[in-house]
Design a protein around this ligand. Structure first.
Ligand SMILES: [Zn+2]
Length: 172
């Protein structure tokens, strides 16, 4: 797993070279007379703020960024890079009292069982979800559960969102 915090703070050329291994699971290195390919399958988890100050959309603290600053910040991530990220989830800030409430949550062992069961179902079907191409994914959904037009657009890579995200791209 590769976790990149503050994703837009990485130089754009660094992020762009990740597109190849994210897409193919391999990395290709070419020097004067040598060329090598190496396996590079990884699960990318990344986080970013919605704006440079981090308060855009926060009802408790005002964002003082200008529209241009926000646009520049979010534009640091290219569309093709975002297209390769399978899940983009907005995570609003939690109030401190909720963070410190110490509410019992689901334990890791329970979540692990659920993840392993899902993985087993995928392997029994023939491929992990992350390895399915568009048509294979549609076939895996079954003829009685066609892909909704909005999701089809998403899978085809023709639409993506920009905003506060925790992003995840993976090969499981
Ligand atoms: Zn801001």
């Amino acid at each position: 797993m590769l976790f990149l915090d503050e994703l837009p703070e990485f130089p754009r050329h660094v992020l762009e070279v990740m597109r190849e291994p994210m897409e193919s699971g391999r990395i290709h290195i070419a020097r004067a007379s040598h060329e090598r390919r190496y396996p590079a399958r990884f699960q990318l988890v990344a986080a970013m703020n919605p704006c440079p100050c981090g308060h855009l959309g926060d009802p408790r603290q005002a964002c003082h960024c200008t529209a241009a600053q926000i646009q520049r910040y979010q534009a640091r991530l290219s569309g093709p890079l975002l297209d390769r990220i399978d899940l983009q989830v907005e995570v609003p800030a939690l109030p401190p009292e909720q963070l410190t409430a110490n509410q019992p949550g689901e334990d890791s062992a329970t979540v692990r069982k659920r993840v392993l069961a899902a993985r087993e179902r995928q392997l029994a079907r023939g491929a992990l979800n992350a390895h399915l191409a568009g048509r294979e994914l549609e076939a895996a959904c079954g003829p009685r559960r066609p892909i909704a037009p909005g999701w089809r657009r998403y899978w085809n890579g023709s639409s993506y969102r920009r905003g506060p995200i925790i992003a995840c791209c993976g090969w499981h």
